[in-house]
Structures are given as C-alpha cells and as structure tokens.
Design a binder for this molecule. Structure first.
Ligand code: COA
Length: 150
C-alpha cells in the first residue's frame, strides 16, 4: 500500500472516516488543521489516518480506518507505523490514540504497535455521542487513552 498526504483540494473520503467514527459532526471538527494520510492500492484510496497536533509536543491519531473488504491484511498496522514514524520525524515527543472500551481488536492492535494504556476518559462516548454504541457484546462508554513515547 502506498501512503501519501491528502491535499486540500481533494474530497474527504467520508465512507472511511465514518467507519472509524459514527459522528460526522465530531469528524468535521477534528479534520480541521489535521494531517490526513491516505493509503492507496492501484490509485484507489483504501485506508485513512487523521493525525492532529493536540499540544506543542503531542500529536494524536484521531481517526484510522481501512475499507471493510481490505481489513485484516496488515494495512492498519502499516498506517500506524507510518504515522508513528512521521510524528517522530516532525519532532514530536508523543503520539496518542483513543479508542472505546468495547473496541477489543483495536486495543490489541495499538498495543501490538507499541502504544501503552495511559488513562481512561470515563463516559466519553456517552457524553459525546447521541446514539448508543455496542460492539463485541459491550456498551461503548469509556475512551481508553493510549500513548507512544517517540
Ligand atoms: N477483528 C479481529 N482482529 C483484528 C481486527 C478485527 N476487526 N482488526 C484488526 N485485527 C488484528 C489483526 O488480526 C492483526 O493482528 P495480528 O497481526 O496479530 O494478526 C492486527 O489487528 C493488525 O491487523 P491489520 O490487518 O493491520 O488491521 P486492519 O488493516 O484491519 O486495520 C483497523 C485495523 C482497526 C484500522 C480496521 O480494522 C478498521 O478500519 N476498522 C474499522 C474502523 C475502526 O474501528 N477504526 C478504529 C477506531 S478506534
């Protein structure tokens, strides 16, 4: 998969953004001033990773998604490694990511990529999302915060 930055004149791949985050309003807010990496296969965008500066020395992966038919083939891992390397090259000290308490495969993936759990934002999803989110037999309530020291 070839990874590049999405340019300002290109349309946002909403189908991918909404795969990782069901709230269009929340996505619309965090894509402002963010760097958007897209993964392509045969010139077709199949994956996305939105990275945003949240403090002078910290960036956060706000959104990461691989199109459903291409999942489970290592593209997500490749994108995360790319985002980590880019953040390091750009001089940041830390890269963070947050995910739901119910997002078990994602929690596994981020820890496999070197992220450590550093905190819990209790009731984040109940406070910020109108619709109830359920996955893996769990209600998604809390945001698990993970961080990677660069
Ligand atoms: N179910 C089970 N295992 C999963 C999984 C899933 N849905 N997604 C990833 N994994 C595991 C893989 O088995 C693999 O583990 P392994 O290396 O030990 O075999 C590891 O995670 C990496 O998998 P990879 O193929 O790189 O992941 P991916 O290309 O499917 O991308 C996501 C991972 C999460 C980006 C992708 O599944 C996705 O877009 N999901 C929907 C959107 C989403 O949840 N985004 C994150 C919001 S926090």
């Amino acid at each position: 998969m070839n990874i590049r930055t999405l340019t300002n004149d290109e349309k946002l791949p909403w189908d991918l953004l909404l795969l990782a985050d069901p709230s269009r309003l929340i996505v619309q807010e965090y894509v402002k001033n963010a760097v958007i990496y897209v993964g392509e296969l045969e010139q077709k965008i199949i994956a996305i990773c939105v990275v945003k500066e949240t403090a002078k020395t910290i960036v956060e992966i706000m959104n990461i998604a691989v199109c459903e038919s291409m999942q489970g083939q290592g593209f997500g891992k490749q994108l995360i490694h790319f985002a980590v390397q880019e953040a390091s090259k750009r001089g940041y000290a830390q890269i963070e990511i947050g995910t739901g308490n119910s997002s078990i495969p994602q929690l596994r993936l981020y820890q496999q990529c070197g992220f450590r759990i550093v905190g819990v934002d209790f009731d984040y999803f109940t406070r910020h999302y109108d619709e109830k989110i359920t996955e893996n037999g769990l209600i998604c309530r809390d945001m698990i915060r993970l961080s990677y020291e660069l």
